[in-house]
Design a protein around this ligand. Structure first.
Ligand code: UDP
Ligand code: LCN
Length: 820
């Protein structure tokens, strides 16, 4: 909104709004009268805009107002709580930056209010008694972050490690004593009780500096590739141990970066030094729910990208660890353990096996432990991710014992995944005093509209009260948070990020989070995943193509048979294929895509539709959402008479064959469509692009960042099916008329992948985080401990009760049954 720039943006909205309201007093009175006319309610941005438009007849006035400051405020308002005669606005002028104001619709007076007041105002709509309760539970995690430095620019969000190096530099240069914590940290470095880098003789900063100087002069005189072993003894005389590097050259660089840091800390040397020191050898990764396996599990309910991500992540981390350990001049064997649920009754998968080596790694394993009830009964069957909460505390205890036994000691880094894994990881990290990183591929709160304020309605089905509380515990316990994209943290201009939406929210009747998590905390980092390029490679690499799969893929796509694996058929096989693949979750919107296609005659003429998703038969599914979606799919096939142009294939579990499937779709000059209502990252998007398949993906979430619209693919708006299907139809028309059009998008998609989405970049970033944040938590010990106490109290007095309340009865549990 260009006009907004003419206003003094240094003033707060509460300060500027009264004058702006005065200038359009007549129109605004009408508009506010409309807002309050329907009584108390919660209004979203679109509604506010629509009703503003409707309240004004004069077109010129309307345009003037919309281009002015008031228009800017309404455009930036995410929601408004109406409680006649007041309207309270939650305004988000920039990503991560919120202001709350309350306007009296009668006299148009404006008051700036706090987040807490805004939340109370909102609660009045849903639970008046609770909103008025002065002793209602109000949680303020931010109260413990007073001395933690925070970022201020929205554009810096997600680059925490970089800013951490700056903060560390200034903290270490405060006074003559400031360097002591770094010395203590180095003195404590060891592998299985063997000192690394320095030993106790270097017990002052000046002794360390002298040793570094002597050693640097000495190694400078050696040929660059002299192995460390050749001068190890000399180093010991100076109090220096292994870990500086494998060759004279590398050792010299590391010595120099520490000398520079000790002399006058600067972020560049700080980052470099922390990326070099040997701090991480053993890693534990928690991915608790679902079916976690290496084969035959993908596409099952709750089992999608997270499994793929973790298996690829482990491979990348192990490779990078091995490289780093070699470059540090050490001969340590790293270990990575992925800890998940053991499901005794999981036919067709290996999920009942306790220990399983991870394919294509040397030292990594999956370790599985069952859920046990408080009556010590082992849960035999799969449990939906929404129902796992009563088992997690016991699980964390059992896991800690097993992990210590397996690793013969503590891990150096714990990484959690998703709400359940993050909670377990935070319990274990606290118990053992270990650096904690968390990942939330998808935070459910943002997937379901108003899931916070309407939690009571949704709780019997989803247990969001447990889940959101668990998320708060994990995010606040984490030393660092790994995200896939910027939008995951801070959203876009118009839409708040997943984490951002956890800053101030309320569960009326239960708990009000006045400061849940602050996205300006330097713990937030972006490390985007990649796709396994052995599996997902361009369709043009003919010599690598897995042609042995072609007969099966031919059958899958084109046979006329309808069976348990596929429904519908394609009469005209000359047409290109619009392809999609996802779990059959509501949010994935596969049924939405099917409906858009059904309605768009032009698209139906131009292309066939093939979707791979879930089960085809309700009797096979145990998942509530999937059952609904299956029913919807069948009714759409009937309603739009899709047979002949449409094929619905059941979930496919073979990743190698899936890679070839994407390529066969590319051979048909088709396109991949990811129609999700919201997608946190979207691995299928980068898989398709890696295979050279032009891709259309939702503009809601990660894909909006992966694809540059109109350049490396296309964005589609999942809430406007007609526009989306027309955009796809336009593409196929242009491909029909211009032989090079399809190729242009295929090539541009690949280029985008190669420049930004690889696992190597990811692993480097994550290991650097493990090291830097490991030191930060030592430096920040007191504040961290105080916060930990608060978290512990919240866990004990709040979360535990919620989790217990969702547990099945002892009889159900005894039979290994989940709650219906
Ligand atoms: N997938 C699969 N078979 C299916 C559905 C999905 O192999 O029937 C894979 C897909 O190739 C991708 C992952 O599961 O690797 C899904 O990841 P994404 O990030 O797209 O979504 P999620 O399921 O994690 O929400
Ligand atoms: C879970 C999701 O919902 C996806 O958006 C991600 O791509 C996947 O995990 C892997 O991070």
């Amino acid at each position: 909104m260009a006009a907004s720039l003419s206003f003094k943006r240094s003033d707060s909205i509460a300060e500027s709004m009264p004058e702006a309201l005065k200038q359009s007093r007549y129109q605004m009175k009408r508009c506010f009268a409309k807002y309050v006319s329907k009584g108390k309610r919660l209004m979203k941005n679109q509604q506010l805009m629509e009703e503003l438009e409707k309240s004004m007849d004069d077109k010129v006035e309307k345009t003037k107002l919309m281009e002015g400051f008031l228009g800017y405020i309404i455009c930036s308002t995410q929601e408004a709580a109406v409680l006649p005669p007041f309207v309270a606005f939650a305004v988000r002028p920039h990503p991560g930056i919120w202001e709350y104001v309350k306007v009296n619709s009668e006299d148009l007076s404006v008051d700036g209010i706090t987040a807490s007041d805004y939340l109370k105002f909102k609660e009045m709509i849903f639970d008046e008694k609770w909103a008025k309760d002065e002793n209602a539970l109000e949680i303020d995690f931010g109260a413990f972050d007073q001395s933690t430095p925070h970022l201020t620019l929205p554009s810096s969000v997600g680059n925490g490690i970089h800013y951490l190096a700056k903060f560390l530099s200034s903290k270490l240069s405060e006074d003559s004593e400031s360097m002591k914590p770094l010395l203590d940290y180095l003195l404590a470095l060891n592998y299985r009780s063997e000192n690394l880098m320095i030993n106790s003789t270097l017990n002052t900063v000046s002794k360390l500096q002298t040793a570094l100087l002597l050693a640097e002069v000495f190694v400078s005189s050696l040929p660059k590739n002299t192995p460390f072993q050749k001068f190890e003894e000399r180093f010991e005389e100076w109090g220096l141990e292994k870990g500086w590097g494998d060759t004279a050259e590398r050792v010299k660089e590391t010595l120099n970066s520490l000398s520079e840091v000790l002399q006058a800390p600067d972020p560049l040397n700080m980052e470099k030094f922390f990326s070099r020191i040997p701090t991480v050898f053993n890693i534990v990764i928690f991915s608790v729910h679902g079916y976690f396996g290496q084969a035959d599990v993908l596409g099952l309910p709750d089992t999608g990208g997270q499994v793929v991500y973790i298996l690829d992540q482990v491979k990348a981390l192990e490779e990078e660890l091995l490289l780093r350990i070699k470059q540090q001049g050490l001969s340590v064997m790293p270990q990575i353990l992925v800890v998940t649920r053991l499901i005794p009754e999981s036919p067709g998968t290996k999920c009942s096996q306790e220990l399983e080596p991870i394919l294509n790694t040397k030292h990594s394993h999956i370790l599985r432990l069952p859920f046990k009830t408080e009556f010590n009964v082992v849960m035999k069957k799969w449990v939906s991710r929404f129902d796992v909460y009563p088992y997690l505390e016991r699980y964390a205890q059992d896991a800690a014992d097993k992990i210590l036994e397996h690793l013969e000691g503590k891990p150096d880094l714990i990484i959690g995944n998703y709400s359940d894994g993050n909670l377990v990881a935070s319990l274990m990290a606290r118990k053992l005093g270990i650096t904690l990183g968390t990942i939330a591929h998808a935070l459910e709160k943002t997937k379901y509209e108003d899931s916070d304020i309407k939690w009571k309605e949704l709780d019997p089905k989803y247990h969001f009260s447990c889940q959101f509380s668990a998320d708060m515990i994990a995010m606040n316990s984490a030393d660092f948070i790994i995200t896939s994209t910027y939008q995951e943290i801070a959203g876009s201009k118009d839409r708040p990020g997943q984490y951002e939406s956890h800053n101030a929210f309320t569960l009326p009747g239960l708990c009000r989070f006045v400061s849940g998590i602050n996205i300006f905390d330097p713990k937030f980092n972006i490390a985007s995943p990649g796709a396994d390029q052995f599996i997902f490679f361009p369709h043009t690499q003919k010599q690598k193509r897995l042609t042995n799969f072609h007969p099966a893929i031919e059958e899958l796509l084109y046979s006329n048979v309808e069976n348990e694996e596929h429904i519908g058929y394609l009469t005209d096989r000359e047409k290109p294929i619009v392809f999609s693949m996802a779990r059959l979750d509501t949010v994935k919107n596969i049924s939405g895509l099917t409906e858009w296609y059904g309605r768009n005659e032009r698209l139906r003429e131009l292309a066939n539709l093939v979707v791979v998703a879930g089960y085809l038969d309700t009797s096979k599914s145990k998942d509530r959402e999937e059952i609904n979606e299956i029913k919807k799919m069948h009714s759409l096939i009937e309603k739009y008479q899709l047979k002949g142009q449409f094929r619905w294939i059941a979930a496919q579990t073979d990743r190698y064959r899936n890679g070839e499937l994407y390529r066969c779709i590319a051979d048909s000059r088709g396109a991949f469509v990811q129609p999700a209502v919201y997608e946190a990252f979207g691995l299928t998007v980068i898989e398709a692009m890696n295979c050279g398949l032009p891709t259309f993906a939702t503009n809601q979430g990660g894909p909006a960042e992966i694809i540059i619209d109109g350049i490396s693919g296309f964005h589609i708006n999942p809430s406007n099916g007609e526009e989306a299907s027309n955009k796809i139809a336009d593409f196929f028309e242009k491909c029909r008329d211009d032989g090079s059009y399809w190729q242009k998008y295929s090539t541009a998609g690949l280029a985008r992948i190669y420049e930004s989405y690889t696992w190597k970049i990811y692993a480097n970033k994550v290991l650097d985080m493990g090291s830097s944040y490991g030191f930060w938590r030592q430096l920040n010990k007191e504040e961290k401990q105080a916060k930990q106490r608060y978290i512990q109290m919240f866990y004990n007095l709040h979360f535990r009760n919620l989790a217990r309340a969702t547990a099945p009865s002892s009889t159900e549990a005894g039979q290994g049954r989940e709650k219906a």
